[in-house]
Design a protein around this ligand. Sequence first.
Ligand code: FRU
Length: 497
Amino acid sequence: YSEAELYRPNFHFTPQKGWMNDPNGMFYYNGYYHLFFQYYPDSNVWGPMHWGHAISTDMITWTEKPIALYPDEKGYIFSGSAVVDIKNTSGFGSLENPPIVAMFTYHDMKKEKAGETNYQSQGIAYSLDEGLTWTKYEANPVIKNPDMKDFRDPKMTWDAIHQQWIMALAAGDKTMFYSSKNLKEWKLLSDFGKAIGAHGGVWECPDFFPMTVEGTDEYKWVLLLSINPGGPNGGSATQYFVGDFDGNNFKLDESFSKDINGDKGVWIDYGRDNYAGVTFSNVSEVDGRKLFIGWMSNWNYAQKVPTETWRSSMTIPRELVLVKKDGHYSVNSRPVKELQNYVGKTIKKETLKIDKETVIVDKSVINLSSMDIHFSLKNLKEDTYTFSLSNELKNTVKFGFNKKENYFFIDRTQSGDLSFSPLFANKISKAPITEKFDAIDVRIIVDKTSIEIFYNNGKTVMTETFFPEKPMETFSATKEKFGYTLENLTINQLNFN
Ligand code: FRU
């Protein structure tokens, strides 16, 4: 197998060639989803950052477009966001042809090398042709550096409640909120996060938006915040906060504040490969959904994974849903419904008994490289429930949950090539089971070199990558102490050409 054939995912976005990290500037307009991304086309490791660009009508099949933003004399183009300026508040376009306005961080390498600390500032650019070509604003930067080393990743949102543009910026150990009327002049409102939440590393890539609690009229504000390092299983990960915003200040919800108990992070994904994820602009306005994509990697080893022509892929797009249960809020993630359009062969079993090591499905029946699996389990006992993907070379990815010690897990310690970094498979990844339940719902998306597991309708998510020496061939379940039954099992093979 050539590396590209063996490891390039079938339905997760990867650049044709070169290095990719964070998703940037995602928006929806005129029938197309736009994804920009931190991109270095000339190498398979991080370097002078550009914004790559890809478009899609369904977020599953992407077409790469020409590079959107190139580094210039003011610096590399770091992460940021884009909005559709429908009312032409910026004046860059017209009401007939509203501009797309992007804000990004300029990272000035010359200043950094000279030992200065003020090397990150925010610039804007606009597009009048639906994101294809961009003009940088002549008066950049629009937000100067206040002598702060980490000052980046602006995420803009239209705040319809207070009729203002708002922007969240990562600033070292906190987020700073700004507001604007015209996307050019920005006023500092407040900051949030000092000594609140997980602080094992620097804060990066915030996202801040209101969400309606599923099934109600109540709304809350959600802040996504990526940190590196300091993730629950090492390296990079994204935490979130739920609270209220009065147009100036963000205040944690009381029950959420208790849930994080000061500095305990609550994570959008507990696996090791979902970082810097943010949401699309201009989707909620169109169809009410809040859609999220993350970078499916981790700074601990991202630059060393065994692919050569390209490096890194994005997560499956997910719909974020704010759920309130027993007075507790959680942001749940669910794979977008557009995946349904690719379902080919389907296997359905009402019940499947697991009373020994049991093969659920193997390659004689289905191609295990692209699957969407769904099942539930009832009458859970104090036991370990283990599932695995494996091949004849005994490369194995194990996952499941331990109902005795109350955690979910992914074990990739025997998943194939581990040689590229000691941090890739140094331990089993875990996520806490925080609520009591005796039934569970499991959804699993498999794409060649990644597994994304959604428990209980997306309340707890674990995403991890793996690099087997040949494709996975068998999906099986193991009995530990007690036998059990998979109910309403559906295995969908996903087809792409
Ligand atoms: C997150 C990050 C951002 C920064 C970008 C640089 O992965 O470190 O904070 O803008 O990557 O590529």
